[in-house]
Design a protein around this ligand. Structure first.
Ligand SMILES: [Fe+2]
Ligand SMILES: [Fe+2]
Length: 158
């Protein structure tokens, strides 16, 4: 997982996370921080083991780390963050040693993580993990959250 270590220490990756944290410092809803990215990675990897998905652990972690990296851009100029994450994530992945086919697989999943409809295998893992990682049952901001009541995680998914 050397390339995951590279993402985690990549200057741009850290810069985008820092910017997002600044924009979210007074946010009462779920943050888009490193804890969320790692929760998403771990849940997606567990799901991949349970379902026998043909996606490597490293590719799953890369997709999860990158999936919300464009959130700072959304705060800056309104670009939907799944699109901004593709734009900002490409350079990070290139600098961390991922090849063109891997980058394509990862960024396709990132672009799919909020979209309804058919997703790639990795996009499905990412979207599932992204959703169930959120602890709605313990959240004080639930009453005004834009998530539909029926979609909220009122129990832990095992
Ligand atoms: Fe997201
Ligand atoms: Fe997310």
């Amino acid at each position: 997982m050397k390339r995951i270590d590279k993402i985690l220490s990549n200057e741009q990756f850290r810069e985008y996370l820092k910017k997002t944290a600044e924009y979210e410092k007074d946010r009462i809803y779920c943050p888009h921080n490193i804890e969320h990215a790692l929760d998403t990675a771990r849940i997606a990897y567990i799901k991949s083991l349970e379902t026998g998905a043909k996606v490597s652990k490293e590719i799953i972690y890369a997709a999860a780390l990158i999936h919300d990296i464009g959130r700072c851009r959304q705060y800056e100029d309104g670009t939907p963050h799944e699109i901004a994450s593709v734009m900002l994530g490409r350079g990070i992945l290139q600098r961390c040693g991922f090849d063109a086919a891997e980058i394509d697989e990862i960024l396709t999943a990132v672009s799919e993580h909020r979209a309804a409809g058919k997703r790639s295998e990795l996009g499905e893992l990412l979207s599932f993990a992204d959703d169930v990682s959120r602890m709605c049952m313990l959240c004080g901001a639930r009453a005004t959250c834009k998530w539909k009541k029926e979609d909220m995680n009122m129990e832990v998914t095992y």
